[in-house]
Unconditional design. Sequence first.
Length: 194
Amino acid sequence: MLFKPKAQDPRVPPGQTLTQKFPVLTYGPTPTVRAEEVRFQVWGQVEATKEWSWDELMALPQSDLTADFHCVTRWSKLEVQWRGVRVLDLMQQVQLKPEAKAVMLHCYGGYTTNLLLDDFLRPENLLAHTLFGQPIPREHGGPLRLIVPHLYAWKSAKWLRGFEFLDREALGFWEVNGYHRRGDPWKEERFSDD
């Protein structure tokens, strides 16, 4: 008797495998940052540099997001539940200069990754502090990480400390080291073509 192979879940991009676990992948040491130590900054191509303490971030409107999470190492976890501040809600307090074209995400520990504004200023993107109803564990990027669900997870920067707005695209850590500058999982943009 022949068995038809199970059709792939339409939420899973090509080349990805579903996992029930939530693997932890990090390059370099895992920073230790307590919530009360967070000083989140926005600078660069903005009319005024801004900074928020943890309490000030928590005073902003809070939103829930359930989204699929796709790692460039070929695993996907569906329906991950996050809570935090939507990027668009935070950006209501920031005035970008007309020259702003891209953003570099800066993290405690020195990690960076880049996004063009079209990928950054989307309604689903979230500065997350909660994962499945609990504070995000340190190994998953707590106390604060960005969630950019439409791109591979390396763009969802862990231990987030700020946004630097740029007048042109610059490459972050993994992008300089051979990863694709954008990272769309549906196009399998894993590595640079250059």
